[in-house]
Design a protein around this ligand. Structure first.
Ligand code: HEC
Ligand code: HEC
Ligand code: HEC
Ligand code: HEC
Ligand code: HEC
Length: 367
């Protein structure tokens, strides 16, 4: 029996963002999921909110699409800003460079090496191999015929790989517009990847069958929020002069991180077949200047910030005395764009951006 090792000649070719069609041929499930993600839709073509903010941005007049660094990386100038984040925008990240204004990704550009994580493979790099029988028939293959896989990149075993784009961003005035705490990225067990890319059914590649794969729709505000529902809890407790609801945020970052969002807890009481709305609590982080909300590029201060914090248990008190048989319905949800900003951004025509999206629904029957 002969052992024949043949390296694919394709390995000489460099990877580019347009390779996404190639990735599809061997990773169709992941590719299809990715089409609905807001990584794929991170451009002014596919994200109306991004477009609306960019249209008003002073850099637009100068033709300087500086959002490219995170919204359309690895895309040649002529395709800017119309092609979004691609497979290689993550799988060729070698390291993260930390910086005051915003972090950066350092990309591999030499060869067809892709980085990934797999338990038990932490010290391995897999180069494609074919084992043939003496008749020359392929008996067994190892790795991918299209690319090498390097499992040694530590950034893929925590959420650090996400932090080149997600960590923070300062505007030209040195004011931090948004921040996703690095603490949420460092654990090997619970991190950006474990929550936002949970294992879902379906094989990762057509060549080697697996029962599950990491979800590449990237569960979030815009896509598949239902996959994150379990990281939020609502508890009921009776108190002396009414009751309390406690919202538990299990995420290691603010419940929502983007300053355009608005979160609400809506509560209704059902008593003897009569429904009555109780108080609605609103959670926001509003940025601005001189005490007033402003466009992000002008902001110098936080005007208001009562957003539910990382791992916080927020207690909301109600002064309604409940009776036996009462039913309480609590809904925690959000608007993608704060209704107060919809008009300013010219997004009135977009119904989806104006609807209240439910993240968690909880029902309590009073004994
Ligand atoms: C000709 C088929 C083929 C093409 C084209 C291909 N892959 Fe793969 N890929 C595979 C196979 C097979 C594996 C599994 C290798 C193994 O399990 O040893 C794999 C594994 C991977 C892994 C690592 C999975 C893990 O175990 O963590 C990543 C990441 C990946 N591919 C990304 C891509 C990207 C991105 C592209 C497009 C640039 C691409 N692949 C194109 C066949 C392909
Ligand atoms: C340092 C990386 C980075 C840069 C540079 C960047 N963004 Fe973003 N942007 C993000 C991330 C990450 C998100 C996802 C939301 C979050 O993490 O809070 C986002 C989300 C957004 C959203 C919300 C989109 C939605 O789905 O509702 C808008 C609007 C936006 N960015 C506009 C811009 C504009 C306009 C520019 C350029 C002037 C820009 N961004 C530059 C990283 C960046
Ligand atoms: C314990 C689970 C958990 C972990 C760990 C986690 N998140 Fe989240 N994340 C959530 C939940 C819950 C939400 C809010 C629900 C939603 O987006 O639909 C959320 C929301 C988000 C959003 C949308 C925010 C917005 O305003 O648009 C982004 C972006 C995000 N997370 C990125 C990250 C990054 C980056 C990390 C790692 C540093 C991380 N998350 C770690 C659970 C988690
Ligand atoms: C935003 C970053 C990001 C993008 C974009 C991305 N991936 Fe991934 N991918 C990851 C991370 C992180 C993992 C490792 C997940 C884990 O360890 O559970 C992964 C895992 C994989 C795996 C192995 C899955 C498994 O569960 O074994 C394959 C295959 C893969 N990616 C292919 C692709 C393809 C194809 C695309 C484009 C259609 C793509 N990725 C886009 C970050 C990304
Ligand atoms: C190349 C930059 C980049 C990298 C790397 C990156 N992201 Fe993002 N991510 C973005 C941008 C930009 C957006 C906002 C796109 C938009 O809405 O227009 C975003 C949005 C998101 C969202 C919100 C999706 C939604 O439906 O609201 C989640 C969740 C997320 N990213 C998770 C991750 C995770 C987990 C990783 C690491 C595995 C990661 N990202 C790596 C740039 C990046």
């Amino acid at each position: 029996m002969r052992l024949l090792i043949s390296l694919s000649i394709l390995l000489i070719v460099q990877l580019s963002a347009t390779d996404i069609q190639t990735c599809k041929s061997c990773h169709p499930t992941i590719y299809n999921e990715f089409q609905n993600s807001f990584h794929k839709k991170s451009t002014i073509n596919e994200d109306a909110v991004h477009k609306a903010v960019w249209e008003k941005h002073p850099a637009k007049a100068k033709g300087n699409y500086k959002c490219a660094k995170c919204h359309t990386p690895n895309v040649p100038k002529e395709k800017q800003p119309h092609q979004g984040i691609s497979c290689i925008s993550c799988h060729t990240i070698t390291d993260i460079k930390e910086h005051q204004t915003s972090n950066s990704n350092i990309y591999e550009s030499k060869d067809k090496t892709l980085y990934s994580a797999q338990k038990g493979m932490e010290d391995k790099k897999i180069v494609y191999k074919e084992e043939r029988s003496w008749l020359g028939l392929v008996k067994k293959t190892t790795g991918s015929p299209y690319h090498d896989i390097d499992y040694r990149n530590k950034n893929f075993y925590t959420g650090r790989v996400c932090m080149g784009c997600h960590s923070h961003k300062e505007n030209g005035k040195g004011f931090k517009l948004c921040e996703t705490d690095m603490r949420g990225a460092v654990s090997k067990k619970t991190n950006c990847i474990s929550c936002h890319m949970p294992q879902v059914s379906g094989t990762a590649t057509t060549i080697r069958q697996s029962k599950t794969h990491a979800f590449h729709g990237f569960a979030g505000v815009r896509n598949a929020p239902e996959l994150l529902e379990k990281y939020v809890d609502i508890f009921y407790q009776k108190s002396n002069d009414g009751f309390t609801l406690t919202v538990v945020n299990k995420a290691p970052h603010k419940l929502l991180t983007h300053p355009l969002r608005l979160v609400q807890l809506r509560t209704t009481l059902k008593r003897a077949d009569k429904k009555q709305s109780l108080k609605t609590s609103t959670f926001v982080k509003i940025i601005g200047t001189a005490g007033k909300p402003s466009a992000p590029w002008l902001a110098t201060e936080i005007i208001k910030d009562n957003m539910i914090k990382a791992n916080e248990k927020r207690v909301i008190t109600f002064d309604t005395k409940l009776q036996h048989g009462d039913e309480i319905e609590a809904t925690l949800g959000y608007y993608i764009v704060n209704p107060k900003s919809i008009k300013k951004l010219g997004l009135e025509g977009d119904k989806a951006l104006q609807s209240f999206i439910t993240l968690k629904h909880q029902y309590f029957k009073i004994k």
